[in-house]
Write a protein that binds this ligand. Structure first.
Ligand SMILES: Nc1ncnc2c1ncn2[C@@H]1O[C@H](COP(=O)(O)OP(=O)(O)OP(=O)(O)O)[C@@H](O)[C@H]1O
Ligand SMILES: O=P(O)(O)OC[C@@]1(O)O[C@H](CO)[C@@H](O)[C@@H]1O
Length: 300
């Protein structure tokens, strides 16, 4: 089974204005609300692609109830932990002359909440995948991803981590099956700016030296690169299309990759499916459907 963990789920509030004027009353021409947070997005796209999974994480308040309802409506199994302090965040995604985001802080989580999560994770075993994706609330220790991998190592679970900076760097020694930084995050880990494909493959290799097994680097409209554990490097341009809403494109890529890998056991096929799923989400208002992913895949 695939389990995803979203420490700080949210409702994504997409609002589009023709031109955003700070300090003025701006009227939107389009708005939409849907459940989000990186692990939840992975769960929804996996389900869209026909892969059963369980979404774990923490929810709070009325927004938390809506997140649970909407993720369930998307067909995912959920096993969220409800917390009493505060409410799940509403993340504002403002589409105007430029795209801006305000991601909330979310509820305050404590040691007891974490203990409940560990209890749920303790049932995972051989053959399971655990996806840890997104930021963690600032009330939790910064080594929480590392603690989870340390606790679960040696049980035959394959870990997938989509996180930034130390949250990502510190898990590498536990040999995650897949990590997916974007090229900015990859550069940030080494204090450099990377754009060139060979350079990206080089830094992906450095993450493998630190312990990562497969490194998938996304580059938004410039496509993606995969460095596999056997040393192969695959590159793909992004499929062509009109970008409508790229929120969750990276998460869709992780879901597409996992679905492709589970269906074929082949890393190159998984990579192609990841690219197709990422772009299919970028080209649609919401997260990609199976039909949208397969349409792009057929044209790649
Ligand atoms: N503008 C675009 N045009 C075509 N494909 C895109 C575009 N943006 C994203 N994609 C697809 O989605 C994949 C992941 O995108 P990106 O690199 O933006 O991930 P990310 O930074 O993790 O995004 P997010 O945090 O919004 O989920 C890309 O590799 C590409 O396949
Ligand atoms: O604040 P975090 O956890 O880093 O990111 C949260 C978020 O931006 O990530 C998803 C897109 O990847 C959105 O659904 C959500 O709003």
């Amino acid at each position: 089974m695939i389990y995803t963990v979203t420490f700080n789920p949210c409702l994504d509030y997409i609002v589009r204005v023709p031109f955003f004027e700070p300090g003025a009353v701006n009227r939107s021409e389009f708005e939409d609300v849907f459940p989000g947070g990186k692990g939840i997005n992975v769960s929804i796209v996996l389900k869209n692609l026909g892969v059963d999974n369980v979404a774990l994480g923490f929810t709070a308040g009325f927004t938390g109830r809506e997140i649970e309802r909407a993720v369930g409506e998307a067909g995912c199994k959920t096993d969220f932990i409800r917390v009493e302090n505060g409410m799940s965040r509403i993340n504002v995604k403002l589409k105007a002359q430029v795209e801006s985001e305000i991601n909330g802080r979310g509820p305050r989580l404590g040691g007891e909440d974490l203990r409940k999560l560990y209890e749920k994770l303790d049932v995972l075993g051989k053959g399971d995948f655990l996806v840890l994706a997104g930021s963690i609330p600032d009330t939790l220790p910064g080594d929480v991803y590392e603690s989870i991998l340390r606790r679960l190592q040696g049980r035959g679970i394959r870990f997938v981590v989509d996180a930034t900076k130390d949250l990502l760097k510190n898990v590498l020694k536990y040999h995650p099956f897949l990590i997916k930084p974007n090229h900015h995050e990859l550069g940030e880990l080494f204090g450099v700016a990377v754009t060139d494909g060979d350079e990206i493959a080089g830094y992906a290799g450095k993450l493998q030296e630190l312990g990562a097994r497969n490194v998938l680097v996304s580059m938004a409209g410039d496509g993606a690169l995969l460095k596999t554990e056997d040393g192969s490097v695959y590159k793909s341009p992004a499929p062509k299309g009109k970008v409508i809403n790229s929120v969750g494109a990276g998460d869709s890529m992780v879901a597409g990759f996992l679905a492709g890998y589970l269906q074929t056991g082949n890393l190159q096929t998984a990579f192609r499916m990841g690219v197709a799923a990422g772009s299919a989400s970028a080209f649609s208002e919401r997260l990609a459907t199976k039909e949208e992913v397969h349409r792009l895949l057929a044209a790649m």
